[in-house]
Write a protein that binds this ligand. Structure first.
Ligand code: SF4
Length: 290
């Protein structure tokens, strides 16, 4: 099987086979991200993808789950995606799940009937990066997506019946916009009602624009306490039934489960860490307003 450049998959897909369908990310401008800085976006030749699928069949006697990489595979043409999904469903009839990365703008650029065709061809779910619901944070990180785009894209996926996991980043508003960031992010999650959510704490990646912004003092890293308080605000104010993947390796209090069943337990875990945090006094003053 052919893999070009750095390869990523979401951590819930750790047991999936990875089929490289696109190369890179069609956005590639987000200031905090270096995932695909080694390649230009390209949709792979369909015959090459088919060869990889056939080879994977020879390697793996049983495949439960398949994840299409790289970044925003949904940017590819609808007929191309349908052919890939058909091939996967015929080659791996035992698979219970096929998923991919999709930008929220990619949903928005397809019609609901196109998205329904893609779902009917075998797509079970998508992973989409929201990052923040705050318009200013979205502008600062150069995501090329507005809050309105995100809401519209999610509405289209919902209408087509495509399940979505939305990921976002605690601390992405920095020290000065922590409150606005988490309030707007919680609000957009309540509006869009994703079936799954995955919050992760900000970690500066080497070689990114954000790393330079931190070095120049233009972006002030949030304190640990702010990150904890963001998660607390989120848990206290989300009113949707969703699966909470709060167990990313960057998170200070790893926890996952159905939100409605686990909210009190998650808040208890957070409050214990907030109380015990040796930086608490200094940081509480910085986040006093909420
Ligand atoms: S965060 Fe997502 S959309 Fe932005 S550059 Fe990275 S992979 Fe592309």
């Amino acid at each position: 099987m052919q893999y070009e450049g750095k390869v990523y998959r979401p951590w819930p897909e750790a047991r999936s086979i990875l089929i490289q369908t696109t190369l890179g990310c069609s956005i590639n401008t987000c200031t905090f991200c270096s995932m695909f800085d080694d390649k230009r976006f390209k949709v792979r030749d369909i015959e090459d993808v088919f060869k990889d699928i056939e080879q994977a069949r020879h390697i793996y006697p049983f495949v439960d789950s398949i994840f299409l990489i790289d970044g925003n595979v949904m940017a590819a043409r609808t007929d191309y995606l349908i052919k890939i999904l058909d091939k996967l469903r015929h080659t791996f009839p035992e698979a219970t799940k096929i998923s991919m990365y999709s930008g929220l703008n990619d949903f928005r650029r397809k019609t609901v009937s196109e998205l329904k065709e893609i779902k009917d061809a075998g797509l079970d779910m998508c992973y989409s990066g929201l990052e923040s619901g705050d318009p200013l944070v979205l502008e600062n990180i150069k995501k090329r997506m507005t809050r309105e785009h995100a809401i519209e894209g999610m509405a289209r996926a919902k209408e087509a019946g495509i399940e979505t996991l939305l990921s976002f980043i605690f601390g992405l508003g920095g020290r000065e916009r922590s409150r606005e960031h988490i309030e707007a992010t919680t609000d957009i999650l309540n509006i869009t009602k994703p079936e799954q959510i995955a919050p992760m704490a900000l970690a500066i990646q080497p070689g990114t624009v954000m790393e330079q912004e931190v070095q120049r003092g233009e972006f002030l890293m949030p304190t640990q306490m702010q990150v904890l308080e963001e998660e607390k605000y989120l848990l206290e104010n989300l009113n949707i039934d969703t699966f909470y993947w709060g167990d990313h390796g960057n998170n200070l209090v790893p926890q996952k489960g159905f939100l409605l069943d686990s909210r009190e337990e998650f808040l208890g875990n957070l409050n214990r860490v907030i109380k015990a945090n040796p930086m608490a006094k200094e940081n509480i003053i910085q986040t006093f307003s909420w």
